[in-house]
Design a binder for this molecule. Structure first.
Ligand code: CTP
Ligand code: MG
Length: 236
């Protein structure tokens, strides 16, 4: 199966509150989105990448150094994203070549994806429609109502936090996302769209270093991880 990567970087980064879009915020010596790209291009069998950018940034990036660097790393196309993450993902999936059978969808906001885990996720597509990288839930979880009253404490042993890259068969995921859109349903990750259709999704254990940069605290942590070379699979 030919594999492709969709790197979604078209959000605004409101919770980070940086002066530019989150994907362009510097982490070490390069913009956040390049960290994930530099790592994931080493996944064996990955032949094509589409980078989905905020429409306000697209032209400047295409014409600037960052665009040149992304193309040099093997990005096939840089395209504009949509209003919601699921819209950006769908546009990215449609921009890949027709013969790409399996895809990785990755949040540019996660700078430290693990190549070995991504490889296992793609391998899982031989048997499953989708695969999701997960980590255990270490804190006790409370379900609350709109007024903050605790309703229940779910058994965390059966809970996992979903990360990216998530792997899926490309055409199936396109169909699943179109289905969610037609039903006016928001999905917060990719395999959720497959789950809705009853397609089998397998969880694969991931590393905690592959956390998402959402808030300023996360960015400070990412700087530490980078400086100290803590995340496996560090690229130069
Ligand atoms: N994303 C996207 N298109 C959107 C919304 C999000 O491509 N319309 C991407 C983001 O760029 C990010 C990933 O999806 O890489 C995960 O989303 P999130 O962490 O929520 O990033 P932002 O939406 O940028 O941040 P915020 O929600 O704080 O504004
Ligand atoms: Mg968001």
């Amino acid at each position: 199966m030919k594999y492709g990567l969709v790197l979604v970087a078209a959000g605004r980064g409101e919770r980070l509150g940086a002066p530019c879009n989150k994907a362009l915020v510097p982490l070490g010596k390069k913009p956040l989105l390049l960290h994930a790209m530099d790592r994931l291009i080493h996944v064996p069998g990955l032949e094509e990448t589409v980078v989905v950018l905020h429409p306000d940034d697209l032209e400047a990036i295409k014409e600037g150094d960052l665009g040149g660097y992304l193309y040099a790393l093997g990005a096939r196309r840089l395209i504009a994203g949509g209003a919601r993450r699921q819209d950006s993902v769908l546009l990215g999936l449609q921009a890949l070549s027709a013969d790409v059978g399996g895809v990785l969808i990755h949040d540019a906001a996660r700078p430290f994806p693990d190549v070995a885990v991504a490889t296992r996720l793609l391998a899982a597509l031989e048997e499953h429609a989708g695969a999701v990288p997960v980590v255990p839930v270490t804190s006790t979880v409370k379900r609350i109502d709109g007024r903050g009253r605790v309703l229940e404490t779910p058994d965390r042993a059966a809970l996992r936090l979903a990360q990216t890259p998530q792997a899926a068969r490309r055409l199936l995921l396109i169909r699943a996302l179109e289905h969610a859109n037609a039903a006016d349903i928001d999905v917060t990750d990719d395999v959720q769209a497959l789950e809705r259709l009853g397609e089998g999704v397998i969880a694969v254990e991931d590393s905690r270093w592959n956390f998402k940069v959402t808030t300023p605290e996360d960015l400070a942590l990412a700087e530490c991880v980078l400086e100290q070379g803590l995340a496996a699979g560090e690229s130069p």
